[in-house]
Design a binder for this molecule. Sequence first.
Ligand SMILES: NC(=O)c1ccc[n+]([C@@H]2O[C@H](COP(=O)([O-])OP(=O)(O)OC[C@H]3O[C@@H](n4cnc5c(N)ncnc54)[C@H](OP(=O)(O)O)[C@@H]3O)[C@@H](O)[C@H]2O)c1
Length: 344
Amino acid sequence: MIKTAIIGASGYTGAELIRLLYHHPMVEITLITSRQYAGEPLSACYPGLGHLGLTFEDHNDEGVLDKADIFFTALPHKASAGIVAKLVARGKRVIDLSADFRFSDVTVYEEHYEPHPHPELFQEAVYGLTELYGEEVKDAKIVANPGCYPTCSIIPLYPLLKEGLISPKGIIIDAKSGVSGAGRGANQTTHFCEANESIKAYKVATHRHTPEIEEHLSRAAGGPVKVVFTPHLVPMSRGMLATIYAVPAEGVERAMVEGLWRDFYSGTPFVEVMSGDTLPDTAFVKGTNRCMIAVRENPATGHLILLSVIDNLAKGASSQAVQNMNKMMGWPQDKGLKVPVIFP
Ligand SMILES: NC(=O)c1ccc[n+]([C@@H]2O[C@H](COP(=O)([O-])OP(=O)(O)OC[C@H]3O[C@@H](n4cnc5c(N)ncnc54)[C@H](OP(=O)(O)O)[C@@H]3O)[C@@H](O)[C@H]2O)c1
């Protein structure tokens, strides 16, 4: 059994990692950390997980970071980079759920986030969108687990740009996320009375996931791609939908898009192309690592409309992190991840 640790286990993605790793047949959880709950049982933070018998520790305590081989860092950006550096110095392999190592160019990170405390580690990190970069993930010391909106957006768009089925210009991503996307910490925006019975756009034209999406779409297209990306907060706990408007190349039809998607993702277990009448729905992927995608034509304007759903805490974060661990360990990608949807 491989020893795994979750640094920042009191947060939402940490709790989701505990849920998934507990069921994983090849690993055991040997360390969970939290500053607030150090020394307390997991039940103090998550009563529903108390029966697992785990106790929080403080990641700063002597010897704590030697308790596992594979580490999941589920911390806010900036807080993560320092711990990742300590772990790498100890020869540990890390899957970082924060944005700290997601960019290939540190100046892009610093333009959109803040000065980076460990730019020297950028070259060690691989972007962990497993469907695209699985081969590089295998040997990575640091896997930068992708953001939720980038995962949901890049999966449908990447093959179409790579094969020239859509124009790299004029792509509009209109996306919606459940409130857990903001983490467990309370604030006014995610307060029940503010978020319930309401839908709102936020960080319009300024969201930090925009450059992350653009980096990978640009790689696909072989030249710079800029997108309009508008995120929205919707009153549900989990789930994410991206509705994407793109201009097809001459003669490109729905069946060609579906065919390309099927070919491109044929060796991967988690991307499902919906070619019937049913459209992707966040309820179809809740608690799973799946991404369901579909396309429709809009003859009046000539646009293609791409639809993509994931669970932001799962394929958008923690189960994708487990998928990456599976790749790093040489196990089948879906080891421990064949969980059925939570429905309703
Ligand atoms: N939520 C999502 O859907 C989602 C999706 C993709 C990626 N992510 C990314 O995953 C990371 C975790 O997100 P989350 O939603 O799980 O956040 P969260 O619920 O707010 O949890 C954050 C965790 O980090 C710890 N923490 C906070 N500040 C810290 C600091 N300065 N030093 C050390 N530990 C600190 C907290 O523990 P204590 O305060 O108890 O120490 C808590 O365990 C973030 O980088 C986020 O952007 C989240």
